[in-house]
Design a protein around this ligand. Structure first.
Ligand code: ADP
Length: 206
């Protein structure tokens, strides 16, 4: 716990987004391993960047190489993994960027914590949009894809605490966007999400 620290108030979120001509938000992808979170988020990131918008994807595995390399996959470590990611995504969103996160994030309570962190208003700042995208797939279908061979290893008991096999996945009840990963192509998913962002005024520049 840090003591003797005070919050330094600089530019407000509104001032920053007016100068940057873009409003920040976090687009939080959740779903089983191999559901397509990274594939869809990467295609979306590319599309947004092509439109001249600031966007950045935080990836599940990549974050574990650096910031979260001290964390495992038990429930407590997964909670801390998501808490740190939520804080980092919030910083990106606060800087007027569209932060895209692709993490399994299997626990409802953790996703709720991430949401609250964004939606909390402070004395100077308005809430940040938090858009939960549920990339929906059954364990059977995800297992058929298994691009990294992880389900096979989990079934063999080589990987412990594997979501969908030996650890739970708590599906979102009311995500802002629900994608049926088996019947929706990557391109269609990008269109669905972009349309939502447009309706919410998050693709405006200037
Ligand atoms: P996750 O990030 O959820 O673990 P990945 O994006 O790494 O999933 O892997 C999903 C795999 O499924 C990729 O190999 C991708 O090409 C494939 N795939 C097939 N159909 C789709 C689809 N409709 N949407 C997303 N990915 C798909």
């Amino acid at each position: 716990m840090s003591t003797n620290i005070t919050w330094h108030a600089g530019l407000t979120r509104k001032e920053r987004s007016e100068l940057r001509k873009q409003q920040g938000a976090t687009i939080w992808f959740t779903g089983l391993s191999a559901s397509g979170k990274s594939t869809i988020a990467t295609a979306l990131e590319q599309h947004l960047l092509q439109q001249g918008l600031a966007a950045y994807r935080l990836d599940g595995d990549n974050v574990r190489f650096g910031l979260n390399k001290d964390l495992g996959f038990d429930e407590k470590s997964r909670n801390e993994n998501i808490r740190r990611i939520a804080e980092v995504a919030k910083l990106f969103a606060d800087s007027s960027c569209l932060a895209l996160t692709s993490f399994i994030s299997p626990y409802k309570a953790d996703r709720q914590t991430a949401r609250e962190l964004h939606e909390q208003a402070t004395n100077t700042d308005t809430p940040l949009p938090f858009i939960e995208v549920y990339v929906d797939i059954s364990v059977e279908e995800a297992e058929k894809r298994d691009p990294k061979g992880l389900y096979k290893k989990a079934r063999a008991g080589v990987i412990k605490d594997f979501t969908g096999i030996s650890a739970p996945y708590e599906a979102p009840e009311k995500p802002e966007i629900h994608i049926d990963s088996v019947n929706t192509s990557v391109e269609e998913a990008v269109v669905i999400i972009t349309k939502y962002l447009e309706e919410k005024g998050l693709l405006k520049q200037g």
